[in-house]
Design a protein around this ligand. Structure first.
Ligand SMILES: Nc1ncnc2c1ncn2[C@@H]1O[C@H](COP(=O)(O)OP(=O)(O)OP(=O)(O)O)[C@@H](O)[C@H]1O
Ligand SMILES: [Mg+2]
Length: 427
């Protein structure tokens, strides 16, 4: 039997039952989309058609287990984007449905990392209401099970969406049908970045072992905690003013430790003190230490974890270490995620371990087996991954650029992440 369907007013088909099952599994066809009923000669909701009800039995279950990860961390250039892309590849290789989301509103480059130089749709189409849902701007990637929502660069106003636009984005994100959504956040600790970080179910911070990066990551976690507490107590002036004392302390420093602050709040409002305690218990950011050269540097992760616990009262989970590895640099030039570019490099093996042991919590023999599975699957995918050659017409970083000397992305020879400002580059 073949059937026509309607998804958001667009007609598709005819589809066989097997086709339809695939569309349901990928989240493209939902129970409240329409099918044409031959019997009744009209469009009816798919879940009301007896022949298709069984397809949606798992729908609510799969929606429940969707996890939004945010990858942030304060400092620029520490590897958030390259790690997000490869995390996505690794999870997809294990059969999970994964969506990468470029939430770096000021400097989107996740698409470049995936070898997509001209994304057909970007966040801009959603933001400007040209597309209704985020599903409409999902792009396929060369990896099975891995899709991408591309960000937009250089569009004025987009780097600073209004609160309501951010909320629309976040609530739409939570409707995408996938096992994992991975948000690549921009650098810095502005509220735009922090709000996305807080909206996620699982929050990952990436830092390198350098003191400046560690300091900025500490500050990022601190601002995230205070922003969340400010929102929790937005109607409680007493608590807000106590929080303000710390919020405006010198960057990276606290006027008081979280424990002292908690005492002050408890004295003023015992119930609020209890709420803060509960919030801190549940707020468990996870840490990835990237570009590590040796075991001394690896210890910086432990130091940061201790500082966050002692000063901010929050337990941080150390997810793992990724070594400094030239193959990661090469992968950026090849426009491929590093896990694909060299699945057996040091960095790739560490990431596979981080996924199976750190994220998926497979321990002992199971962890080891899962790690090998990631590497094997990815090595298979790597065989057919398209090789991207930059065309002469591709805008690359150049001294001829209007912004030369004043650009955060001035990497020399890499595809330009602000290429959407094309008219400026044209001679
Ligand atoms: N483990 C590593 N070994 C070697 N080089 C690395 C490693 N991780 C990242 N890099 C290099 O660091 C550069 C910056 O990485 P990336 O763009 O992912 O940082 P970012 O944190 O997303 O930066 P931004 O905050 O500006 O978005 C990459 O081009 C890559 O070459
Ligand atoms: Mg980035």
């Amino acid at each position: 039997m073949q059937v026509f369907v309607k998804i958001r007013d667009q007609q598709y088909g005819p589809y066989t039952s097997a086709d339809l099952e695939k569309l349901v599994q990928s989240g493209q066809f939902k129970s409240d989309d329409l099918v044409f009923s031959e019997d009744q000669q009209e469009w009816i909701r798919a879940e009301d058609h007896t022949a298709y009800q069984s397809l949606f039995q798992n729908e609510s279950q799969s929606e429940k287990k969707r996890t939004v990860f945010a990858v942030g961390g304060g400092k620029g250039g520490v590897g958030k984007t390259v790690i997000t892309a490869s995390l996505g590849v690794g999870l997809a290789s294990l059969g999970k449905q994964v969506v990468l989301v470029d939430a770096d509103l000021g400097g989107a480059n996740l698409h470049t990392c995936m070898g997509i130089l001209e994304p057909k749709f970007t966040f801009y189409h959603f933001y400007s209401l040209q597309r209704d849902t985020l599903e409409d701007i999902l792009l396929d990637t060369p990896i099975e099970n891995l899709r991408l929502i591309s960000g937009t660069c250089g569009t004025l106003g987009l780097a600073n969406p209004r609160y309501s636009q951010k909320q629309r984005f976040i609530s739409s994100l939570k409707k995408i049908n996938a096992d994992y959504l991975l948000l690549d956040l921009g650098a810095g600790s502005s509220y735009n970045v922090i709000d996305f970080f807080l909206a996620a179910d699982d929050r990952i911070v990436v830092t390198t072992p350098e003191p400046m990066a560690v300091q900025e990551t500490f500050n990022f976690v601190k601002i995230a905690i205070f922003r969340a507490l400010q929102r929790l107590f937005r109607d409680n002036q007493t608590v807000l003013s106590l929080l303000d004392n710390d919020m405006f302390a010198e960057p990276g420093r606290l006027g008081t430790t979280m424990q002292q602050l908690l005492h002050q709040v408890e004295k003023a409002d015992a119930q609020a003190g209890k709420q803060i305690g509960e919030f801190l218990d549940g707020f468990r950011p996870r840490l990835i230490l990237n570009m590590v050269h040796d075991s001394d540097e690896a210890r910086e992760g432990v130091a940061l974890k201790t500082a966050v616990l002692e000063l901010l009262g929050v337990q941080m989970e150390f997810l793992g270490v990724i070594e400094y590895d030239e193959s990661v640099r090469n992968s950026v030039k090849e426009l491929k995620p590093f896990l694909i570019n060299d699945p057996r490099s040091k960095a790739s093996r560490s990431l596979a371990k981080l996924i199976s042991v750190g994220l998926l919590k497979k321990t002992g023999w199971k962890g080891f087996r899962e790690r090998r599975r990631v590497i094997r699957q990815v090595a298979d995918e790597a065989q057919s991954y398209p090789t991207n050659q930059l065309k002469e017409s591709d805008v690359i970083c150049s001294v001829n650029c209007f912004y030369w000397g004043d650009c955060d992305f001035q990497n020399g020879g890499y595809p330009c992440p602000v290429r959407h400002l094309d008219p400026i580059f044209k001679k």
